[in-house]
Design a protein around this ligand. Sequence first.
Ligand code: SAH
Length: 382
Amino acid sequence: MSVALTLTEPRPRKAAPRHLADLDLAGCQSVLSEIGQPAFRAKQLRQQYFGRHVGDASQMTDLPAAAREAIGEALLPRLLQPIRVDSCDDGRTVKAVWRLYDGALVESVIMAYPDRVTACVSSQAGCGMACPFCATGQGGLDRNLTTAEIVDQVVNAARLAEERGLGRLSNIVFMGMGEPLANWARLKSALHLITAPVPDGIGISARSVTVSTVGLVPTIKKLAEEGLPVRLAVSLHAPDDELRDELVPINTRWKVAEVLDAAWEYARVTKRRVSIEYAMIRDVNDQPWRADLLGKLLKGKLVHVNLIPLNPTPGSRWDASPKPVEAEFVRRLREAGVSTTVRDTRGQEIDGACGQLAASVREAGTPGRAGAKPLGASGAAE
Ligand code: SAH
């Protein structure tokens, strides 16, 4: 009845076009020499792309005009074709839908706040984790994004934020489409490029980058060993295995206790507070006893809870928890000494809020499987 859980690497399609964000400096230099360009242009290109967020060689005025086309073709093909760019919240939330070289669609969202500008980016086209309350999860996994496709979302977000007067991009959250840790090799390279100083990378502080995961335990350990102090967010959504098995199907493989152990280990190694994401779903996971159980599991740990009011997906019978229920949940967690806040719900009008990203489903003009059949009925029967 539900969408299949997919952990395996999807079948590769035709190769992605070569892009400088998939190459290191030496790789860039060797491509340049193949097309008869001096090696020093590699640094120039990387400075322009990572540092000034220029992705189009024809706009790089420090390159000889006659060489721009050949260099662009060899190293800077357009990876993300904008399908549409929408904004709301007075222009302070911007969602972009991109078409990739093979027709796959992904979305990213920019959110400008008084003290920071955050880009929410995708790590996969679609998602294989099949969480029944998430729009992306209903479409299944299309494919992993390449490193350059991930990095290019960040570069485009930085440029869009600057062009629209929103300010300098300061934070990245991997909370768009996909399960970042299911695309580990590409994610790892992208994290290094996002955080390395210009011209080797985009120069965003690792402390301002958040990787959100359903809880792929062995890969959380790899992330901890990577030596990048990025923030880890774990999508828990239930404190008990019975309900979490249904809300986050990968829980049938790695249980709540194992996921939390991996999170505490991550906090120990990186000395960073872990975030616990918890979508508040009316009468499903919002009972006072679940707040108390969650409080008991998290008490005394280096942790912060982010409660996310559920954004109901089309056709789902699930709804957000009423505000008084949410307030009681917060009160009980805080009473247990657990730092807790409720996430704002930016971008709802443009389907850019948490769990609403499902470009491929919408563009295909079908309501999606969530629309055809409400999932997870047993979870709602508490
Ligand atoms: N695969 C990663 C990133 C997903 S999106 C992960 O699961 O962590 C980031 C957050 O949005 C996750 O916590 C996810 O569970 C949550 N989310 C998904 N659908 C949602 C919805 N309909 N309403 C509220 N939050 C949702």
